[in-house]
Design a binder for this molecule. Structure first.
Ligand code: PLP
Length: 398
């Protein structure tokens, strides 16, 4: 006897009637072009796909600001990009220095231990980025093969402001660098070649405003050569850059490529190229600053000091006696806006990545926050928040 199928239920009945505006730490709203592209399935091999892959790589070179030809899409989350980088450069007997600011940068250490590497971590002094002096001290005491660093630690809203100098220092010690640009790529400068970074990875669902479940990795030519020469077996088959090159370099079969994700990435990258990186950085800075100033005008305080505050994900101190889980559910239900809570900290987080950085979206968020906190008895000054937002919205307009 066969088990019977479950009762049929259409997706429509499961999705919210009114779409939710995604203003948390990702995924982010996608432009129509990305949505359309991600509904198309074509063959993952053949001439059409080869042309699309070549365009994705060309546009990604611009977004990563690199000339490397070793840019691969990965069927998996940003963490799969991290895993490809770690699995390629580390194995038993090798040593990594992990600059650990929180949840995501700590993941590097977990993965490195998983492949049998020796791990040393530098922690921040309180709520702070990792300072160059801390890294210099670590290099004086010890030698390393690899250094890992996150550009923006989404979990606490801290930006590693010394990233460029830290990479330079690592290079002068012959140490390879892996940069997590998951929440920052295309929202703020990260010129891979100019700064001499060996590997950078990103997910589709944040600054690129594409879809979750696909990521991109850029590996410098020298580092790819180093990986190609390694004699130790690779820990992962899917996440082996040499095998990925078969598809991304030669147009041959590695595994069945994530077709819809690649098409979505194509559109996300195309829109970035059309906007131009300088204009995009400026839009993100303008929108995130406007959000931050409006929040402060309303009566909120921001969690991260301005000196090293990450603009892509803004961390806001929660107000007294508010259960953030209940607040988030309320905003979804009543305002159709989603924001994020945090990993153990009493903060809420609002994203400013890709399509989130639009004034109409910021306005919806601050209105939702005023409404939501109002229900918990906090009277926020929405009028002042909107005034500040509008001044910023109108600035620069002819
Ligand atoms: C900085 C950073 N790194 C890594 C990740 C992991 O990304 P994913 O969930 O796509 O694996 C995230 C996710 O939010 C992130 O913000």
């Amino acid at each position: 006897m066969m088990y019977p199928p479950p009762e049929s239920q259409s997706l429509k009945t499961l999705l919210p009637e009114t779409p939710i505006l995604l203003m948390g730490s990702g995924p982010v709203p996608v432009p129509q072009e990305v949505a359309t592209a991600s509904s198309i399935v074509i063959s993952h091999l053949g001439e059409t796909m080869k042309k699309i892959v070549a365009r994705v790589q060309l546009m990604a070179q611009y977004v990563f600001q690199t000339k490397t030809t070793k840019i691969f899409g990965i069927s998996g989350p940003s963490s799969a990009g991290m895993e490809m980088a770690i699995g390629s450069l580390l194995w038993p007997g090798r040593k990594v220095l992990v600059l650990n600011l929180g949840t995501f940068s700590a993941r590097f250490a977990e993965m490195a231990r998983g492949v049998g590497a020796e791990v040393k971590e530098i922690l921040p002094q309180g709520l702070a980025p990792i300072y160059i002096e801390q890294v210099r001290e670590a290099f004086e005491k010890d030698s390393f093969d690899v250094l890992t660093i996150v550009q923006g630690e989404t979990s606490c809203g801290v930006k590693n402001i010394h990233l460029k100098e830290i990479v330079e220092l690592a290079k002068s010690h012959g140490v390879l660098t892996i940069v997590d640009a998951v929440c920052t790529l295309s929202t703020m400068p990260l010129p891979m070649d100019e700064w001499g970074i060996d590997i950078v990875f990103v997910g589709g669902q944040k600054g690129l405003s594409a879809v979750p479940g696909i990521s991109l990795i850029a590996i410098s030519e020298n580092t790819f050569q180093f990986i190609s020469n390694r004699t130790q077996a690779m820990p992962h088959w899917c996440l082996d850059p040499r095998r990925a090159f078969k598809f991304w370099g030669l147009g041959e079969y590695h595994y069945t490529a994530p077709v819809t994700g690649i098409l979505a990435l194509h559109e996300g990258l195309r829109l970035i190229c059309e906007e131009g990186l300088e204009a995009r950085f400026e839009r993100h800075l303008k929108c995130s600053s406007a959000l931050q100033n409006s929040l402060e005008a309303m009566g909120f305080s921001l969690f991260t000091p301005a000196e090293f505050r990450l603009n892509s994900v803004v961390a806001i101190n929660n107000l007294s006696n508010v259960n953030t889980k209940e607040l988030i559910s309320l905003l979804i239900k009543e305002c159709h806006v989603e924001i994020s809570g945090a990993f153990g900290l009493d903060i809420i987080r609002v994203g400013q990545m890709g399509e989130q950085s639009r004034f109409e979206n910021i306005e919806r968020v601050i209105r939702a926050l005023a409404f939501g906190y109002g229900k918990f008895g906090h009277k926020l000054d929405l009028e002042s928040g909107l005034k500040v937002l509008n001044i910023s919205r109108d600035s620069g307009k002819k």
